[in-house]
Design a protein around this ligand. Structure first.
Ligand SMILES: [Fe+2]
Ligand SMILES: [Fe+2]
Length: 209
């Protein structure tokens, strides 16, 4: 969010994030306070910041509208919105390195645990989601989904993780106006084959990027 005089200018993803929070009964000042956690990420890497907002929007709406059992939409909103906060600990040049090889991947992989450590004093559930969100992919890293993680938090993290994959694929391939939700859905379903209903919902409800 940027300020011109007293007027606050919000990006479309920010507007949508506030609208989704309001629909869930989260008041504007509380949500502004939560989003202030992400302000350094907006300065560090605007792509990661906007991706976080979209993943929070997807997660909250999917939890609300697609009947995700055991998932609290407000926790999904918070967890999705903060899931990549640990990218603050990854240099911008590494996040956007081309080519992106094994060395860069190794550095980026620290962001899951970094996010957990950054958030654990503020909101432990959200911290666990940030730490765990890469635990369900083919080459997992970060926290491990052990038996100490409550079932509802695990379900919420899986939902956030599927939204994360969907948004990452959707926005990295193609250009604005030429996205391919079907391909993003197919890739997300590879990691979450038991959640084809979530995949269908995501493909039918893409967030503009
Ligand atoms: Fe991530
Ligand atoms: Fe992400």
């Amino acid at each position: 969010m940027s300020h011109v005089g007293q007027e606050v200018l919000r990006r479309p993803e920010e507007e949508m994030s506030f609208a989704v929070a309001a629909a869930l009964g989260v008041d504007e000042s509380s949500w502004r306070c939560f989003l202030s956690l992400l302000a350094p990420l907006a300065d560090h890497d605007i792509c990661s910041y906007l991706h976080c907002l979209r993943v929070g929007i997807y997660a909250a709406r999917l939890a609300s509208f697609a009947g995700a059992k055991g998932v609290d939409p407000v926790v999904a909103l918070q967890g999705g919105t903060a899931h990549d906060l640990g990218k603050l600990d990854v240099p911008h040049a590494v996040l956007h390195a081309r080519p992106f090889g094994q060395a860069e991947r190794q550095v980026v992989s620290h962001h899951a645990l970094a996010g957990f450590h950054r958030l654990r004093e503020t909101n432990y559930q959200v911290a666990v989601i940030a730490g765990l969100h890469h635990a369900f992919q083919h080459d997992p890293y970060g926290l491990e989904p052990g038996p100490s993680v409550p079932k509802d938090l695990l379900a919420t993290t899986r939902l956030v993780a599927m939204c994360d994959v969907f948004d990452a694929v959707l926005t990295r391939v193609g250009s604005p106006g030429h996205r391919d939700p079907t391909m993003a859905r197919q890739i997300a379903e590879r990691y979450f084959p038991d959640q084809r209903g979530w995949g269908q919902w995501l493909a039918a409800n893409p967030v503009p990027a």
